[in-house]
Design a protein around this ligand. Structure first.
Ligand SMILES: Cc1cc2nc3c(=O)[nH]c(=O)nc-3n(C[C@H](O)[C@H](O)[C@H](O)COP(=O)(O)OP(=O)(O)OC[C@H]3O[C@@H](n4cnc5c(N)ncnc54)[C@H](O)[C@@H]3O)c2cc1C
Length: 375
């Protein structure tokens, strides 16, 4: 019997397995595919890690802890995982982007963040064209995580240990918990462990049908364009942006990588779907919608479309994560509801999952992540 079973070896489950192994426990882990893969939430080149978004919120210590853990993994793995590029938060002062980030906190002089007027944005980043009244916080220290390298380094750290048995392309079909431990049934066999972590991303409802968690799976598209125009040379230096617009929704962009200039919509209505029936094709009209945003707000920088890919958010109603014990089975810990912002926290969330599973007092206060907050 293994000490722990982990279902889902994506961003958070992979980090949970790696942390349990690091603490000396034996782990059997399962994924329905071989991460990094393109079917869930963790793929497509890059993720942002930044503080300004979380300043003044309980996420702040988590983001700092995660940043330190990514830097440690970068050192031990010998891979490049983090690149400082800076990031902009933009939008109306009373909009959704700034809802959790009081401007007075984000723009305090001791933070290192810089509040920019529209004119100052254009002066520093001449390819951007904000509407009058747009508020901007520039966080020069924000970084871009190389997603696939992060996942590979995490799983390699776990797999390198003899106590790890990570089983890819082996979906868990069902699990049960009893006084004697956990059983996980897959297409290939049955496995036993003392305790279980479930971190199945957009597939969570399939593994927890009795809980009726209020999770909404959302289809999002990431686009890569060839960098074009007079600014293509400096675009790569950054910054990334998350930019709320009055009518169109909230869009984001990343400094170009080898795959191109990545952009997409962050908040946008009407994208609810189901992991089994999600449309994984990207249509010309939706690509044109994004092109219109570039034409209006960052003209001339997006050249030919190089690639597009569908990615999934799994949202809770309040956009805070679920990280808690199963209400009926104390041997089972659950992570769910990444809500479009969990990747940066992965090593910290993996460590918090390991705390729950090993009955360590949690190293952080977690009330915001409890399952029972939904009633
Ligand atoms: C377009 C986009 C942009 C984003 N940008 C950012 C960003 O800039 N910064 C940030 O911090 N976050 C960002 N996120 C969010 C972040 O990527 C997710 O919150 C995070 O990947 C969620 O991790 P997860 O482990 O819950 O899910 P996943 O990483 O999807 O992992 C779940 C895993 O479970 C496996 N699985 C499912 N069912 C089973 C089963 N029955 N048996 C075995 N395995 C199973 C799946 O195969 C998958 O590998 C973004 C997300 C998207 C889609």
């Amino acid at each position: 019997m293994h000490d722990f079973a982990v279902i889902g070896l994506g961003a958070i489950g992979g980090a949970t397995a790696a942390e349990l192994v690091r603490r000396g426990h034996s782990v059997v882990g399962f994924d329905r595919y071989t991460p990094p893969h393109t079917m869930g939430s963790a793929h497509s080149d890059t993720r942002m890690i930044r503080e300004a978004w979380y300043r003044g919120s309980p996420y702040m210590p988590l983001v700092r802890d995660a940043w330190r853990r990514w830097a440690d993994l970068e050192r031990t793995s010998g891979r490049t995982l983090l690149r400082t590029a800076g990031a902009l938060m933009m939008g109306p002062e009373d909009g959704r982007v700034f809802a959790g980030t009081p401007l007075r906190d984000a723009a305090r002089p001791d933070t290192g963040d810089i509040l920019l007027s529209v004119g100052e944005v254009v002066e520093r980043f001449p390819w951007l064209r904000p509407d009058p009244g747009t508020v901007t916080i520039y966080e020069p220290g924000a970084a871009v995580l190389s997603l696939e390298a992060c996942l590979e380094a995490t799983l390699e750290a776990a797999e390198g240990a003899e106590v790890a048995d990570l089983r890819f392309d082996e979906p868990a079909i069902e699990w049960s918990a009893s006084a004697s431990g956990i059983r996980v049934r897959t297409e290939r066999g049955e496995y036993r462990a003392r305790r279980l972590a479930i971190a199945a991303g957009a597939w969570t409802p399939q593994l927890l049908p009795g809980l009726s968690l209020p999770l909404e799976v959302e289809r999002t598209v990431q686009y890569w364009f060839e960098p074009a125009g007079a600014h293509s040379g400096v675009l790569a230096e950054g910054p990334a942006w998350v930019w709320e617009l009055e009518r169109e929704g909230t869009w984001y962009g990343f400094p170009p990588s080898a795959r191109g200039l990545k952009a997409g919509m962050h908040f946008q209505a009407g994208r609810g779907t189901d992991v089994e029936r999600v449309d994984r094709e990207v249509g010309a009209p939706e690509t044109e919608d994004l092109r219109r945003l570039f034409a209006r707000y960052a003209p001339g920088v997006a050249g030919a479309l190089a690639h597009a890919s569908v990615c999934l958010y799994t949202n809770t109603p309040d956009e805070d994560f679920i990280l808690d014990r199963h209400p009926e089975h104390s041997r089972v810990a659950i992570f769910a509801g990444g809500s479009g912002h969990a990747f940066k926290f992965a090593p910290t969330l993996g460590s918090l999952m390991a705390d729950l599973l090993t009955d360590e007092p949690p190293s952080r206060d977690l009330p915001r992540f409890s399952i029972d907050r939904f009633g």
